[in-house]
Design a protein around this ligand. Structure first.
Ligand code: NAD
Length: 494
């Protein structure tokens, strides 16, 4: 939204006049501004600001931090549309979708308003004679977050809200493709009363990330993005003995059993496959038609697609453009290659895309897609829905479990027993039963399995609180000095 986006360090915008990257409005295809790229010096300044702010922030009473979170909630709620407009202008998703992402992020802020309860430790009296034990959770220090382009507001909120609530300070490195929303959120945090230096933003690409990953004053790193970068971030950070949660890409399967309501399943597949132009890590990208359901399901999906409207996300449309011209070309290639690989192109979005300068690509539908084809093996991250046909429920589960990704999956059926078996046996972190995009509510945690998550802690919810804190257990005794004696034995409790 702004022409020149600077870093946010110690409560103010920092512009160094050095290297910048272009920011586009994907709906027009025109450059709308540019964003500063941080060098070692700006990353150092941001980490130092966070380090300086840490003692005051962690020393603040939990009651006061909770009160501040209520204020943050008020500011973000009141100004949610302004955040959403920035998302739409640089990402391209519809304003409704952008608002929904802000509201899902707000739910994490609301969860953090309960931080006094979430941080509360345990106490056990008289574990041994005259000995009591209590546990606390304490902040790590300066935490860093690196986020993807597809949720420029919500994913940073998944990170900074629990990090700040637990008493850490934060440096965010958002995607360089749509940096305005995270830059604006920094101003909103200041407006809500968060002290300077507690939340900082540095923009840039790999260079800025590399400095953060190896910075000796950064205690932990949260990452969300593609699998190759997630793996690299996880390996680099953990090699230094630091904690890291790195969420990667996805290939989400939606299983449709023969007893499912076809219209309901088709509505869900179209919504979850083409919503946000398929640029969601929880998008359905493969519909698995089980038994004889394939023909009717493909037909039902095909009939719905022409009714979808596509255009500038700021207007009343169902679907906006893709993030960039390059990405659009990459997605279109999967449709181009599909027939040679043996798939059937039921609808070719390339032919129904109006000629504009925007990065638009209309929905495509592929049938008879199988493992080994590029359209099946790769995360396409665009409006291309593939249908794979299998004979049985067991084959469908095996297909999901053999996939290297394990983010989300869903099953559509009226059979409660089959749904329960699916939930039990399927190897994915988030499972929907007649729910196509099972993003967990804020009181749970978000995370996949296999190549969709490196590390063992999911993001936000209780696991987020755990990730951003050290556990500490204090054993105490207040004996009469007269009972003191030397005893070299290992302390027993009985
Ligand atoms: P990306 O991996 O290209 O970029 C993510 C972040 O890493 C950005 O801030 C980027 O600047 C930085 N980065 C890029 N290349 C880097 C490199 N070589 N070294 C260090 N840093 C680098 O991802 P993207 O294209 O912005 O986002 C889309 C991807 O994110 C998809 O794969 C999607 O599935 C995934 N995603 C996953 C989740 C999840 O929760 N699992 C959520 C949203 C998006």
């Amino acid at each position: 939204m702004s022409d020149h986006i600077g870093h946010w360090i110690a409560g103010r915008t920092v512009v160094n006049g050095g290297e910048t990257g272009p920011v586009f409005n994907p709906a027009t295809g025109r450059q709308s501004g540019c964003v500063e790229f941080a060098t070692v010096s700006e990353v150092d300044r941001a980490v130092q600001a966070a380090k300086d702010a840490f003692p005051g922030w962690r020393g603040m009473s939990v009651a006061r931090r909770a009160e501040l979170f209520f204020d943050i909630r008020e500011v973000f709620l009141r100004r949610r549309e302004e955040i959403a407009r920035r998302v739409t202008a640089e990402h391209g998703k519809t304003l409704t979708d952008a608002l929904a992402e802000v509201v899902r992020g707000l739910e994490v802020i609301e969860y953090c308003c309960g931080i006094p309860e979430l941080l509360k430790g345990e106490y056990a009296e008289q574990v041994s004679t005259g000995v009591d034990v209590h546990s606390v959770r304490q902040p790590l220090g300066v935490c860093a977050g690196i986020t993807p382009f597809n949720f420029p507001a919500m994913v940073p909120m998944w990170m900074w809200a629990p990090a700040l609530a637990t008493g850490n300070t934060f440096v965010l490195k958002p995607s360089e493709k749509d940096p305005s929303a995270p830059a604006f959120m920094a101003e909103l945090l200041r407006e809500a009363g968060v002290p300077d230096g507690v939340f900082n933003v540095v923009h840039g690409d790999r260079e800025a990330v590399d400095v953060l990953l190896r910075h000796r004053d950064v205690a932990a790193v949260s990452f969300v993005g593609s699998t190759p970068v997630a793996r690299y971030v996880y390996e680099t950070v953990t090699l230094q003995g630091k904690r890291c949660q790195a969420l990667g890409g996805a290939k989400n399967h939606m299983i449709v059993l023969p007893d499912a309501d076809i219209d309901m399943a088709a509505d869900a597949a179209v919504s979850a496959g083409y919503g946000s132009a398929g640029e969601r890590c929880m998008a359905v990208s493969v519909v698995v038609a089980v038994g004889g359901v394939g023909d009717a399901l493909v037909d039902a999906i095909r009939q719905r697609i022409p009714k979808l409207t596509m255009g500038n996300g700021a207007e009343q449309v169902d679907m906006g453009p893709l993030i960039s011209r390059d990405h659009r070309a990459r997605v279109a290639e999967y449709v181009e290659r599909a027939p040679a690989e043996g798939a059937t192109v039921v609808l070719d979005g390339r032919s129904s895309t109006p000629g504009t300068d925007g990065f638009f690509l209309a929905p495509s539908l592929l049938d008879e897609v199988k493992p080994g084809m590029r359209a099946y093996d790769d995360e396409i991250f665009g409006p291309v829905l593939s249908v794979t046909r299998v004979g049985t429920f067991e084959q469908a589960v095996r297909l999901v479990n053999d996939n290297p990704y394990g983010n989300g999956t869903a099953i559509f059926t009226r059979d409660g027993g089959a749904a329960r078996r699916f939930a039990q046996d399927v190897q994915a972190g988030m499972v929907g039963i007649n729910v196509p995009i099972p993003v967990p509510a804020a009181q749970f945690s978000f995370g996949g399995w296999k190549n969709s998550l490196f590390g063992d802690t999911h993001i936000y919810g209780r696991e987020g609180i755990k990730f951003y804190t050290h556990g500490k257990v204090i054993t105490s005794r207040w004996p009469e000095p007269s009972s003191s004696k030397v005893d070299l034995g290992f302390p027993e409790t009985r």
